[in-house]
Design a protein around this ligand. Structure first.
Ligand SMILES: [Zn+2]
Length: 257
């Protein structure tokens, strides 16, 4: 019984937000006005290390993401000089709902609704203009874990959840993850093998026509890694080594067929 009620409520809410989602998609893919992206830092593990790192964050730390969107959109003929503006918002304390890695389609839908609800009240900063896209940055103490949980970017709701190491040396690769999840909110899809993490050929390669093909010098943003050989690949250390491929450019409507 409860399951049916829950499904019915979920369906009603989904219908309600569908119109909103369509409007968001049109606005974020028009590339006529600068997109405002808000970074909301959070201390993911309540550690002093993450806290200290967050206290030292500056808006300039995220400028490479702005420059990446400028540089790459220009290559595809987008005329907007400043396509993305990143704004740093104050730290908040509540953490976003976690996605169970084994969640089925209904579980994922339920989680995404909870995340939208969370974003609606957590991402409020008095006296500050609300951003169009909200990125929740969850900082972890690098000394306590080997790898961070998976990050997510949702086109429905325009929300990103990025897990990052609270470590100055990782700021460049954290920006790669921000750009990747931001691209998801704009409608881009992953271009790597979900099982192995290997970039998919040709769309996940920065330079699919390169001869010899390996090693690739740069990574495609939605592959997230550059292929060194057919079996080896590595994550770029900063956005200077990352490009937007034609497949991704078409998905976010930098190019139109
Ligand atoms: Zn992805």
């Amino acid at each position: 019984m409860w399951r049916k009620v829950r499904t019915a409520i979920l369906l009603l809410v989904l219908i309600g937000v569908a119109g909103h989602t369509w409007r968001d998609k049109v606005t974020t893919q028009s590339w006529k006005d600068t997109l405002w992206v808000g970074i909301f830092p959070l201390n993911a593990d309540a550690s002093p290390t993450a806290q200290q790192y967050i206290a030292g964050l500056k808006a300039e730390d995220f400028e490479p993401v702005e420059r990446f969107f400028e540089r790459e959109s220009r290559r595809f003929g987008v005329l907007l000089t400043h396509p993305v503006h990143i704004e740093l918002y104050p730290q908040s304390s509540e953490l976003p709902p976690e996605l169970d890695p084994h969640a089925g389609p209904l579980g994922v839908a339920w989680w995404s609704l909870k995340l939208r609800w969370f974003a609606a009240h957590a991402a409020v900063a008095p006296d500050r203009a609300p951003p169009r896209i909200r990125i929740f940055m969850l900082y972890h103490d690098a000394a306590t874990l080997q790898s961070v949980p998976d990050s997510h970017g949702l086109q429905k709701g325009l929300i990103g959840v990025v897990h990052a190491f609270a470590e100055p040396a990782m700021a460049g690769s954290n920006n790669v993850v921000i750009a990747h999840e931001l691209m998801h909110t704009l409608g881009a899809t992953d271009k790597y093998d979900l099982g192995t993490g290997a970039p998919l050929y040709p769309n996940g390669f920065a330079d699919p026509d390169r001869r010899p093909l390996y090693p690739q010098r740069r990574a495609e943003i939605m592959a997230g890694r550059r292929a060194l050989s057919a079996r080896d690949f590595e994550m770029p250390q900063n956005l200077g080594d990352v490009v937007v491929g034609p497949g991704t450019a078409q998905e976010i409507r930098w190019t139109r067929r």
